[in-house]
Design a protein around this ligand. Structure first.
Ligand code: SF4
Length: 319
């Protein structure tokens, strides 16, 4: 009987994955195992410091989604050395991408950003830089610098969107609208065709239906991003979301609901959009819900199995 790999109709895959996985993309681009090393550059966010709001997004942890980063008191090269030492225990001579992950990594004067990014580029095994940020934090001089940086290295700018629904964005204290997101996205696109642009969405936000999550995916597909990360909403201890969850105001998605939504979102995504992530990593000791998300491999396998059973793949229904 033919295997799932042999019967896989998706072109950008050498396994049973019926979507364009980031691992597949990196292996082909760099010819070796390549992994992202998360960094904390010591930034903050405009919806934390009062510029666009206070408190940050209601689901965001104290470390600004940088829970897997090294100590923020260390300089960038020290963080890279620490993270690379850990990576080298798993892989032989891996290459790496310096991932400025925690908080909003373009929310500082250009001189500060330049110093941190250029420092990362001096690390011998770094083959690219990835910058997580918000679409409303792309000043003109920053865009110019990013365009210049993209001439010298593989640069990805990851823009958090989370939802296209402004009512949800207001509820989660996102601090920007979908229209503002699109404006920042286009500004970056126009700055340079060489910048790899990623978009983040979160499934399971309070009071969103499956149809609303599909609508978010549809709108993102129209933008044709180079990369997409789909996250599952995690309820983390110490967040505003944790209090709301405990009050019973909303329920988390089940594994079956999540897998179904992800598969339908992938079906409408362009085939050339690399899928950077299909679920999030919740910190084991601070995760409140959903419990099932602790078993990441089970989540990934459930999605793969569902795509096989439905004989579907990324981009099946893309126009
Ligand atoms: S913008 Fe990002 S880092 Fe800042 S509060 Fe929201 S999720 Fe956290």
């Amino acid at each position: 009987m033919p295997t799932q790999v042999e019967t896989n109709p998706f072109p950008y895959s050498d396994s049973n994955k019926r979507y364009y996985s980031y691992d597949y993309f990196l292996r082909r681009k760099f010819g070796a195992k390549c992994a992202k090393l998360p960094l904390d550059g010591g930034f903050t966010c405009p919806n934390r410091d009062g510029t666009r709001g206070v408190g940050g997004c209601i689901y965001c942890s104290e470390r600004g989604s940088g829970d897997f980063c090294s100590d923020s008191s260390l300089d960038i090269l020290s963080q890279l050395r620490d993270a690379y030492a850990r990576l080298s225990k798993k892989w032989e001579s891996p290459k790496c991408i310096a991932y400025f992950q925690a908080f909003t990594n373009t929310y500082a004067p250009l001189s500060v950003l330049r110093e941190k990014y250029e420092s990362a580029l001096t690390f011998p095994e770094v083959v690219g830089i990835s910058v997580a940020t918000r679409a409303d934090c792309l000043a003109d001089d920053v865009c110019e610098y990013l365009a210049e940086l993209a001439e010298r290295t593989f640069l990805t700018v990851e823009l958090g969107l989370q939802t296209v629904h402004d009512s949800t964005a207001a509820y989660i204290n996102r601090g920007h609208t979908f229209a503002e997101f699109v404006s920042g996205y286009e500004k970056l696109r126009n700055a340079s065709g060489k910048i790899n642009i990623g978009v983040h969405l979160i499934n399971g936000l309070p009071h969103e239906t499956a149809e609303m999550m599909l609508e978010s995916a549809r709108e993102v597909a129209k933008l044709r991003p180079d990369q997409l990360k789909l996250h599952l909403l995690h309820v983390i201890e110490g967040t505003e979301l944790a209090s709301i969850y405990r009050s019973g105001e909303f329920e988390c998605l089940t594994l079956e609901e999540y897998a179904d939504i992800v598969v339908r979102q992938l079906e409408i995504m362009p085939r050339e959009t690399v899928i950077g992530r299909l679920t999030g990593d919740g910190m084991a000791d601070t995760l409140i819900a959903p419990e099932w998300s602790r078993k990441k491999l089970v989540v990934m396998n459930t999605i793969d199995k569902l795509m096989f059973e439905r004989d579907t793949w990324q981009g099946k229904y893309t126009l």
